[in-house]
Design a protein around this ligand. Structure first.
Ligand code: ZN
Ligand code: ZN
Length: 463
């Protein structure tokens, strides 16, 4: 596999003398494999330069795959300027996370409405196929692609590409679900990295497992991060820690903050390397730079992650990515919070059921069998953990496995561990942002729909 960085900056393009070495263009990475498969990861402003090269050099017409992590501006702003899309005869397959009525094609068309751009989506000359993705595994040419949800305000997918015995992972626009309370550098040796007890953080490490190269969000430093919690980006120290824990060979720090100039990035890379040494790790760390090319070739095979699903990943094939209409139970003893959550989720088209105590929550869950439960922890009477334990012991298999997202302001390690041992699926931390609530709810509805489709029919055992 050959990887080339065309855009490495996060949030906003930042060209100029202070970003000459690491680059000013936003996210765009080109991947080529031995059989000629062309995969482009994100379509930020870096896609302009790539498009010029593709359109003027190499075989024509072009057949390519564009994998978009999510549709925030910095990941799609190069799309209307990507020359190969204008050429008749070229064929492009475009993939991005789906899940609601508004599909990828409409979202991309949105930034090309006449108020913003002179050419509409329909005027692009190439043949374009759109695919709404969920979590899963699928093949593009000789590449096996595994998708995994990241933690970002806006449903975002990470991509794991495996070809020719090499693995590269693209995981940008992600932040930790929780940070460990102890410092990682206190770990005594490689492999004993201190990790968050949050299951989603551990799932993230499994997603990165044994990769030859991980391209990871590293927008902030640990010192900057406390001011940026909830913005959906990682402190670079966390990127180092998860890469070490996952046994990764090389880590490319990516999605550079517009405020981090070349000199700053040099110093931050050095600090990350010292962190690896302090952990006795063998990880190679560098900052992704525009124009940098990396060849990954593998003699010995690498064991794939053990957590891969075999479900088809494209919505077009499973027709399971539209979760509007799903029933969501919203439980909190503060009516204002229930109202807020319902107002936040109502535009998504869900069927929303409010409850204000644990008893009512259990009654409604048994009567209505929701696809997802948002459950407050601290309630008088039966609290959230008691409700969750009762659900996990229920005779109805649907209730035993319904995703439960616990609403809490207490995210200490002991609290997180207590929730997971009570059967909680995930957390939403108060106070929440609407974008977080929406992306978390959509992600779990899509995951649970897939689980239902993969296992025996979810309603087969009901009377
Ligand atoms: Zn971004
Ligand atoms: Zn984003």
């Amino acid at each position: 596999m050959r990887i080339r960085f065309w855009g490495t900056r996060g949030s906003l393009a930042k060209p100029g003398p202070t970003t000459v070495r690491y680059g000013g263009n936003t996210s765009c990475v080109e991947v080529r494999t031995a059989d000629g498969t062309l995969i482009i990861l994100d379509c930020g402003t870096g896609a302009h330069g790539l498009g010029q090269v593709l359109a003027t050099a190499g075989p024509q017409p072009i057949r390519g795959h564009l994998l978009i992590t999510h549709t925030h501006w910095d990941h799609i702003q190069g799309f209307p300027f990507f020359a190969p899309l204008f050429v008749p005869g070229n064929v492009w397959d475009i993939y991005a996370p789906g899940g609601l009525g508004r599909r990828l094609e409409e979202t991309l068309a949105g930034q090309m409405e006449y108020a913003y751009f002179p050419v509409t989506l329909e005027q692009l000359g190439a043949t374009i196929h759109y695919h709404d993705l969920v979590e899963g595994v699928f093949d593009l040419g000789d590449v096996q692609v595994t998708t995994h949800y990241l933690n970002h305000p806006g449903l975002t997918l990470g991509y794991r590409l495996q070809a020719g015995g090499a693995i590269v992972i693209y995981a940008t626009d992600h932040e930790p679900h929780a940070l460990p309370q102890r410092e990682a550098s206190s770990a005594s040796s490689a492999g004993s990295q201190v990790l968050s007890v949050h299951r989603e953080d551990q799932g993230h490490v499994e997603f990165l497992r044994a990769a030859d190269l991980v391209i990871h969000d590293a927008q902030y430093t640990a010192a900057e991060y406390p001011q940026k919690v909830g913005w959906g980006h990682s402190p670079m120290e966390y990127a180092v820690d998860v890469a070490l824990a996952a046994g990764v060979k090389r880590l490319a720090l990516f999605h550079h903050d517009p405020m981090h100039d070349d000199g700053t990035l040099d110093r931050l890379v050095e600090a990350c390397r010292r962190r690896v040494i302090a952990c006795h790790g063998a990880l190679e760390v560098f900052a992704a730079a525009e124009g940098l090319v990396i060849e990954l070739s593998k003699a010995g095979g690498i064991a794939p992650s053990g957590t891969e699903r075999t479900a088809s990943a494209t919505a077009d094939e499973v027709d399971g990515s539209n979760v509007s209409g799903a029933t969501v139970l919203v439980v909190d003893d503060e009516p204002d919070i229930v109202d807020l959550l319902i107002a936040t989720l109502a535009p998504e088209g869900y069927r929303l059921l409010p409850a204000h105590d644990g008893e009512a929550a259990l009654r409604l869950a048994r009567a209505e069998r929701p696809s997802l439960i948002l459950l407050d922890w601290r309630m008088s009477g039966r609290d959230g953990l008691e409700v969750c334990r009762a659900l996990r012991d229920d005779p109805d298999p649907d209730l035993r496995r319904v995703p439960v997202v616990l609403l809490t302001a207490q995210m200490g390690e002991e609290n997180i561990a207590a929730g997971f041992s009570a059967g909680v699926t995930d957390y939403l931390t108060k106070p929440f942002k609407p974008s977080h609530v929406r992306s978390r709810v959509r992600g779990w509805l899509l995951r649970s729909r897939q689980d239902g489709a993969e296992g025996s029919s979810p309603h087969a055992e009901s009377p």
